[in-house]
Write a protein that binds this ligand. Structure first.
Ligand code: FES
Ligand SMILES: [Fe+2]
Length: 377
């Protein structure tokens, strides 16, 4: 079956191997995750100088920390001496330097080599030349984004541009003041599915009526199968008797003051390729990052963000967390149910996209283009 032989209402998907082949995954690591802006941490995780987090970006481990001048820095997590990992924990804190556990080369928070056994007797070991190697860093929406490319693409075009494409402008997201919200809950999901299945799932709502009973109660228009991402600037409206974006439609938390009247009682969803999903509702923001681990495994880290006083006062956010936690589990179950089918001989040439999923075809074309046409279409 090829795309030219399909009926007009159908578009071919990628072939099954695009979701199972370690070679394709390696290409994606090199040409997508290691070249684009990649979201690695909430800025508040690096609250003070020396706090750090390690994150795998493509094939590399990256050490993200805060320097003494309070700026965020990101380095390859590789000692310049013989290549040992500087830190293996997911997060932690050092006082003023990273000391390699192997031969004790020691780097300050700016990455400079400041100490090593016999360093003064080795004048040709330049302290900057043999310092940690940094990668590009940006902070936006209270998150840290890194880019491993030697010449990073424009953050404004690639990251902010995705928000503009979805909402129409950047002001619409600025009104939620995401950088100043507090993390009320974080849930990490270990999903046995290819990262693209998770993105594709997030992009369509054809499945909403089948697997998301709670979500379609709150957002009745989702039962029709058209995702909030289908129309530029459109937010799905809460049902008439729904008080808040909660698992039972009960009242939510305090509304974010900047949210405009036309954004009130609406849900907006944004995909920032390659690995961020942002969900906006009047009283909170749900922020997903996907960390692709292998062709058939993705870790998804999801934060529920509320006004600081809501979190500080210990208000009960569980009904609002439970709604999207259920949605996530329903979605990830569907992705895990789909992953084995990608390896079936029946799916060797892929499946089809129905009209309400046609925009996923653009995502497939984008992936293929990033891989230089190496993913068979
Ligand atoms: S490998 Fe790090 S000090 Fe030797
Ligand atoms: Fe879903």
């Amino acid at each position: 079956m090829t795309s030219t032989s399909l009926p007009d209402s159908l578009i071919a998907t990628l072939p099954g191997s695009a979701y199972t082949d370690p070679g394709v995954f390696a290409q994606e690591q090199e040409h997508i995750f290691e070249t684009m802006w990649f979201c690695v941490a909430r800025s508040s995780e690096l609250a003070k100088p020396g706090a750090f987090r390690t994150v795998d970006v493509g094939r590399e481990s990256i050490l993200v920390t805060r320097a003494r001048d309070l700026s965020v820095r990101a380095y390859f997590n590789v000692c310049r001496h013989r290549g040992a990992r500087l830190r293996t924990e997911e997060s932690g804190e050092v006082k003023r330097a990273f000391q390699c556990p192997y031969h004790a080369w020691t780097y300050d928070l700016d990455g400079k080599l400041v100490a090593a056994p016999n360093l003064t007797r080795m004048p040709d070991v330049g302290r900057t030349e043999y310092g940690l190697v940094g990668v590009a860093v940006r902070e936006w929406l209270g998150y840290v984004w890194v880019c491993l490319a030697e010449h990073p693409p424009s953050f404004e075009e690639d990251v902010m541009g995705e928000v503009i494409t979805r909402l129409g402008d950047v002001e619409s997201i600025d009104r939620y003041g995401i950088a100043n919200l507090s993390v009320g809950r974080r849930i990490v999901y270990d999903v046995r599915a290819n990262w693209k299945l998770i993105i594709e799932n997030f992009m369509e709502c054809y499945h909403c009526a089948t697997i998301h009973p709670e979500l379609t109660e709150v957002l009745p228009e989702f039962a029709d199968g058209y995702a909030a991402q289908y129309y530029v600037g459109h937010g799905a409206e809460f049902g008439a008797d729904v008080q808040g974006f909660t698992v039972d439609g009960s009242a939510g938390l305090d509304r974010i003051p900047g949210v405009s009247e036309d954004q009130d009682r609406r849900y907006y969803a944004i995909t920032v390729k390659p690995q961020v999903f942002i969900n906006l509702v009047p009283d909170h923001v749900i922020f997903h990052r996907m960390y692709p681990v292998a062709a058939d495994r993705t870790i998804v880290e999801c934060d529920w963000l509320y006004l600081p006083h809501v979190v500080a006062s210990g208000k009960d956010v569980s009904r609002s967390v439970e709604l999207f936690d259920r949605v996530n589990r329903q979605d990830f179950d569907a992705c895990e149910r789909t992953q084995p089918g990608m390896g079936s001989r029946l799916y060797a040439k892929g499946g089809v996209l129905v009209p309400s999923e046609h925009h996923i075809g653009a995502f497939h074309a984008w992936v293929s283009e990033r891989l230089g046409g190496r993913t068979p279409r």
